[in-house]
Ligand binder design. Structure first.
Ligand SMILES: [Zn+2]
Length: 154
């Protein structure tokens, strides 16, 4: 896996190192080491992402191959009011989406249509809590973060 980290507070070495290690940890846990090797992820730290975009994190596919995506950009709100545990939990949430894209469980289309496994969803008409890809991400985010923290901070 190739991990780039840039943006707001990326010069903070403690935060940078934790995000870098967590990316490797989440990537290998979710994808397996063999697949994780083929992934490139750019992590952009943004001040007040929540205020600007109404989300604490995003995961987008970059690169042209939408059927076999291997390059991603993850944006995270890194405002100083959030502690590292919170930011690293959002990172684990976005890594679950990255896994969903890599495994073609989640296919992101333009406009408002999204395919999850073999079913089409209109994101505008499906409440956030009922989107199965979000359910999975919320189910796994804290568990993954706690496993990481136990390993990293021990
Ligand atoms: Zn999500």
């Amino acid at each position: 896996m190739i991990v780039y980290i840039n943006g707001y507070r990326s010069h903070n070495k403690t935060l940078f190192d934790a995000l870098n290690s967590a990316s490797w940890f989440y990537g290998s846990r979710l994808l397996g080491g063999r697949m994780a090797k083929h992934i490139t992820v750019e992590i952009k730290l943004i001040k007040d992402l929540k205020k600007k975009e109404n989300a604490y994190g995003y995961c987008h596919i970059i690169g042209d191959d939408l059927s076999k995506p291997r390059e991603f950009c993850i944006e995270l709100d890194a405002s100083t009011k959030f502690d590292f545990a919170q930011i690293l939990t959002w990172l684990s949430h976005e890594f679950v989406h990255l896994k969903q894209f890599v495994r073609s469980e989640l296919l992101d289309y333009e406009f408002d249509r999204t395919q999850w496994k073999s079913r089409m969803y209109n994101v505008e008409k499906t409440s956030y809590e009922n989107q199965p890809w979000e359910k999975e991400a919320y189910r796994l985010e804290s568990k993954l973060y706690e496993e990481f923290a136990e390993w990293y901070y021990d």
